[in-house]
Design a binder for this molecule. Structure first.
Ligand SMILES: [Mn+2]
Length: 236
């Protein structure tokens, strides 16, 4: 919320199609940096997102956990706490079906965002600029009957790959999960949905984002985890 290219209507629709015992929001839900930068107004769509969560709580008695990220780090002043019957926390442990998973946003293991916050902020401005440029570019491509191109996705994938190489993001996360005696780690932050096994047999799951990938992670009754796409649930 607050980021100019977030797919807020899509995530709201996604949530209204789901029923779950527990909903974990893995950080960067409210973009405090963008809200500060562009002085965005609280819109009807943003209210609809929160009311979808509240309806879920009422209808299914869903437990809601909000794990803070780097864009909503203004919440770090108050975490851990309970507000509106939602737990705000930096790190959350899931224990289900004999498995332990630690949920964090992941920014603490990204040396670019945790070590050099101003570089990251610059990256954020650049990212939004690229998305804007990509929209204009695609309008022109559409007119000439060409397929849409995700410029920012290509660049971001490249940049994040570099970040991975430099900081060993995933391997640090695996070490962290291991130190927490967990079987796996669940995070977000790098905008790339993933489900794979890392060293020490640690399962690494990334929920992706609601800017481009439009994905979430779901655990079914038997404890099986998978990536669920907006297109699977809403259009499929
Ligand atoms: Mn983040």
């Amino acid at each position: 919320m607050g980021a100019p290219f977030s797919k807020i209507s899509e995530v709201t629709r996604f949530l209204t199609r789901l029923s779950c015992d527990r909903l974990i929001l893995a950080g960067d839900i409210v973009d405090g940096w963008q809200l500060k930068l562009i002085d965005d107004k609280w819109t009807v769509r943003q209210s609809a997102f929160f009311s979808a969560i509240m309806k879920m709580k009422e209808a299914f008695d869903t437990e809601v956990v909000y794990v803070t990220g780097n864009h909503d780090d203004f919440l770090d002043y108050i975490t851990p706490c309970q507000l509106f019957n939602i737990s705000f926390i930096n790190e959350y442990i899931i224990e289900e079906e004999g498995k332990r998973y630690v949920v964090i946003h992941g920014h603490a293991f990204d040396s670019v965002t945790s070590g050099f916050r101003w570089i990251s902020k610059f990256g954020d401005v650049a990212y939004n600029f690229l998305l804007k440029f990509n929209n204009i570019w695609n309008k022109a491509r559409e007119k000439s009957g060409k397929e849409k191109y995700s410029f920012s996705k290509a660049i971001k994938h490249g940049v994040k790959k570099a970040v991975n190489l430099i900081s060993g993001f995933e391997s640090d996360l695996a070490n962290f999960a291991h130190s927490k005696k967990c079987d796996g780690i669940i995070c977000g932050h790098i905008h790339h949905p993933e489900d794979k096994i890392l060293k020490n047999g640690i399962r690494y799951m990334n929920c992706g984002d609601w800017v481009e990938s439009l994905t979430g992670l779901v655990e079914d009754e038997s404890g099986e985890w998978r990536i669920l796409r907006y297109s699977d649930l809403v259009e499929g």
